[in-house]
Design a protein around this ligand. Structure first.
Ligand code: SF4
Length: 131
Protein backbone atom coordinates (compact mmCIF):
# COMPACT_ATOMS: atom_id res chain seq x y z
CA UNK A 1 0.00 0.00 0.00
CA UNK A 2 1.39 3.40 -0.88
CA UNK A 3 0.62 6.50 1.13
CA UNK A 4 -0.23 9.86 -0.42
CA UNK A 5 2.36 12.61 -0.63
CA UNK A 6 1.75 16.33 -0.27
CA UNK A 7 0.30 17.76 -3.48
CA UNK A 8 1.24 21.31 -2.57
CA UNK A 9 4.58 22.00 -4.18
CA UNK A 10 5.28 24.78 -1.67
CA UNK A 11 5.21 22.31 1.21
CA UNK A 12 8.44 21.94 3.14
CA UNK A 13 7.70 18.26 3.72
CA UNK A 14 9.51 15.52 1.89
CA UNK A 15 8.92 11.79 2.13
CA UNK A 16 11.28 11.34 5.09
CA UNK A 17 9.74 14.22 7.02
CA UNK A 18 6.24 12.83 6.45
CA UNK A 19 7.28 9.34 7.52
CA UNK A 20 8.84 10.72 10.68
CA UNK A 21 5.73 12.72 11.54
CA UNK A 22 3.42 9.78 10.88
CA UNK A 23 5.57 7.60 13.11
CA UNK A 24 5.54 10.19 15.92
CA UNK A 25 1.79 10.76 15.80
CA UNK A 26 0.77 7.13 15.51
CA UNK A 27 1.20 6.69 19.25
CA UNK A 28 -1.74 9.05 19.85
CA UNK A 29 -4.14 6.96 17.78
CA UNK A 30 -6.06 5.74 20.82
CA UNK A 31 -5.76 8.87 22.94
CA UNK A 32 -9.11 10.68 23.28
CA UNK A 33 -9.44 14.28 22.07
CA UNK A 34 -10.18 15.61 25.55
CA UNK A 35 -7.00 14.07 26.97
CA UNK A 36 -4.91 15.64 24.20
CA UNK A 37 -6.66 18.95 24.71
CA UNK A 38 -5.97 18.92 28.43
CA UNK A 39 -2.28 18.14 27.86
CA UNK A 40 -1.82 20.85 25.26
CA UNK A 41 -3.63 23.58 27.15
CA UNK A 42 -1.89 22.64 30.39
CA UNK A 43 1.67 22.21 29.13
CA UNK A 44 1.82 24.04 25.81
CA UNK A 45 4.30 26.92 25.89
CA UNK A 46 1.90 29.33 24.24
CA UNK A 47 -0.69 28.67 26.92
CA UNK A 48 1.48 29.58 29.88
CA UNK A 49 4.78 31.15 28.77
CA UNK A 50 3.04 33.83 26.73
CA UNK A 51 -0.39 34.66 25.45
CA UNK A 52 -1.49 33.27 22.10
CA UNK A 53 -3.14 36.65 21.55
CA UNK A 54 0.34 38.18 21.50
CA UNK A 55 1.70 35.78 18.90
CA UNK A 56 2.76 37.46 15.65
CA UNK A 57 0.44 36.92 12.71
CA UNK A 58 1.49 34.61 9.94
CA UNK A 59 2.72 36.41 6.84
CA UNK A 60 1.48 34.17 4.05
CA UNK A 61 5.07 33.60 2.94
CA UNK A 62 5.76 29.89 3.39
CA UNK A 63 9.41 30.18 4.37
CA UNK A 64 8.79 33.04 6.80
CA UNK A 65 5.83 31.26 8.40
CA UNK A 66 7.81 28.03 8.67
CA UNK A 67 10.55 29.87 10.56
CA UNK A 68 7.96 31.67 12.70
CA UNK A 69 6.36 28.36 13.71
CA UNK A 70 9.71 26.79 14.56
CA UNK A 71 10.68 29.85 16.62
CA UNK A 72 7.38 30.21 18.48
CA UNK A 73 7.11 26.55 19.43
CA UNK A 74 10.79 25.91 20.19
CA UNK A 75 11.07 24.04 23.47
CA UNK A 76 7.37 23.27 23.78
CA UNK A 77 7.01 19.90 25.52
CA UNK A 78 3.76 18.97 23.76
CA UNK A 79 4.51 19.71 20.10
CA UNK A 80 3.41 16.32 18.85
CA UNK A 81 0.25 16.32 20.97
CA UNK A 82 -0.54 19.81 19.67
CA UNK A 83 -0.08 18.79 16.06
CA UNK A 84 -2.23 15.68 16.48
CA UNK A 85 -4.99 17.68 18.16
CA UNK A 86 -4.99 20.38 15.50
CA UNK A 87 -5.13 17.84 12.68
CA UNK A 88 -8.11 16.21 14.35
CA UNK A 89 -9.88 19.45 15.20
CA UNK A 90 -9.30 21.60 12.13
CA UNK A 91 -8.06 19.14 9.53
CA UNK A 92 -7.50 20.66 6.12
CA UNK A 93 -8.83 24.03 7.35
CA UNK A 94 -6.10 24.49 9.92
CA UNK A 95 -4.77 28.05 10.24
CA UNK A 96 -1.99 29.75 12.15
CA UNK A 97 0.80 28.16 14.13
CA UNK A 98 0.23 24.82 15.82
CA UNK A 99 2.54 21.93 16.48
CA UNK A 100 5.61 23.89 15.38
CA UNK A 101 4.35 23.80 11.80
CA UNK A 102 3.12 26.39 9.38
CA UNK A 103 -0.45 26.08 8.14
CA UNK A 104 0.80 25.32 4.63
CA UNK A 105 2.78 22.33 5.87
CA UNK A 106 -0.06 21.09 8.10
CA UNK A 107 -2.53 21.31 5.22
CA UNK A 108 -0.11 19.41 3.01
CA UNK A 109 0.44 16.80 5.70
CA UNK A 110 -3.26 16.41 6.57
CA UNK A 111 -4.19 13.92 3.78
CA UNK A 112 -1.25 11.73 4.77
CA UNK A 113 -2.20 11.83 8.44
CA UNK A 114 -5.84 11.16 7.47
CA UNK A 115 -4.83 8.20 5.32
CA UNK A 116 -2.97 6.62 8.21
CA UNK A 117 -5.91 7.25 10.56
CA UNK A 118 -8.19 5.48 8.07
CA UNK A 119 -5.76 2.61 7.50
CA UNK A 120 -4.59 1.56 10.97
CA UNK A 121 -2.03 -1.22 11.21
CA UNK A 122 -3.59 -4.66 11.62
CA UNK A 123 -1.18 -5.38 14.45
CA UNK A 124 -2.11 -2.96 17.24
CA UNK A 125 1.45 -3.24 18.59
CA UNK A 126 2.57 -1.34 15.50
CA UNK A 127 0.44 1.58 16.63
CA UNK A 128 3.02 2.31 19.31
CA UNK A 129 2.42 3.17 22.90
CA UNK A 130 1.50 6.47 24.37
CA UNK A 131 3.53 7.50 27.37
S1 SF4 B 1 3.44 23.34 19.83
FE1 SF4 B 1 3.38 25.56 19.59
S2 SF4 B 1 1.24 26.06 19.23
FE2 SF4 B 1 1.31 24.01 20.12
S3 SF4 B 1 1.07 24.28 22.34
FE3 SF4 B 1 3.27 24.23 21.87
S4 SF4 B 1 3.85 26.38 21.64
FE4 SF4 B 1 1.60 26.28 21.45
Amino acid sequence: MSTPMPENSSSGLDRDACDELVFKLTKFRNVPDDVLCELVTRDGLCFWAYDREDMPDTSGDDDVDRRLAAWLCAGCPVMDECLELELRAAGEYTVGVWGAMSETDRRAFYPIWRWHRDHPPEDEDEAGEWR
